[in-house]
Design a protein around this ligand. Sequence first.
Ligand code: GLU
Length: 382
Amino acid sequence: MNTHRKQRIVLKVGSALIAPQRQGCSSRYLLAIAQFIVRCRAKGLQVILVSSGSIAAGTHRFPQNAHDEQLSEPAQLALKKAMAAAGQTEMMATWDKFFDFPTAQILLTHADLRDRERYLSIRDTISTLLTHGILPIVNENDTVTTDALKVGDNDNLSAMVAAAADARSLVICSDIDGLYNKNPHLHADARLLPEVTHIDAGIYAMAGGSHSAVGTGGMRTKIQAAEKAVSHGIDTYIVNGFKESSFNELLAGRNPGTLFRGSDTPMLERLHWFTHTVRAQGEVIVAPQDEVHSAADCARISSDEVLDVSGTFAEGDTIVLRNHDGTELAKARSNYSSRLLKFIAKQDNSELVDSFTHQRRLIATQDIALLSPKATPMEEKS
Ligand code: GLU
């Protein structure tokens, strides 16, 4: 495990380890994990724990008939959120009793992470806690999230937290030893990949996805997390969290699972945040662009080149810019609302368009993440 950069590691532990019976918390697997955290700290590493399990922990607080399958979808969702609220304290209390140093609870939503001011505030809080020897325990704030506001899974959340904390390593606990070239539950000759140097469609296919049945549940979001983390220079391990030996190996500097090596040329902090944490609220298709090789080329695209608009967004919101043929050009901030762009797209009268747009550019110059492989990023302003 590479421990140079900021000496900080993020450890992601899922519900199956915390609540193996799918309800309440159990120390069965947590003891080895807690020991790993203690030993990392004894080596001078700062540890951040991303822990799931609030929903599973809260389940038994509600009577069996509360889980009635006849519940409408909104009622089921409300029940899950209530379980998360009831279970979060139990999950925190379970972790807390393993340690003789203090822990701190951080509950986040995607709405917090995508807002630059809140994101910077989260970074500060995490750093301050670590400086004072307190173990931050992070989870998604399931009680307040809607689909539009949530990260949705703690694998991706752990990568966002690792990037925010400038961690050196991210360790994601899984229920199998790492990434296999095919599903080890179905294929006896499946091979564990000890190291992945480049994450591409082939790697996602091994993890299994909507078009593939070979993978193991949950591996896809782990690969997404790895992709986010490595581009920030963070070494990412997927290890078997059910085996104590995984943690002993990590402590001995060996790789017990699959290592995705952090990039030697990590993205700049703000560009990484914009690329991997901020999400687009809509899409805009523009007239043919032949010469888009850089963010500066994207920034030159003008509002009267808009052909089509989808989604609902306000001025300043994030959009994906597509060329006329549908290929992605960039993720960027729109200088216009979707309503105004839809109006502009329908107009032939350029004078009328000018009167609405004052010939402003379609996107803002700060926060342009290029999506075309041949393009090069524009210099960053933080
Ligand atoms: N935040 C959810 C919980 O605490 C878990 C999400 C996940 O496991 O990815 O139950």
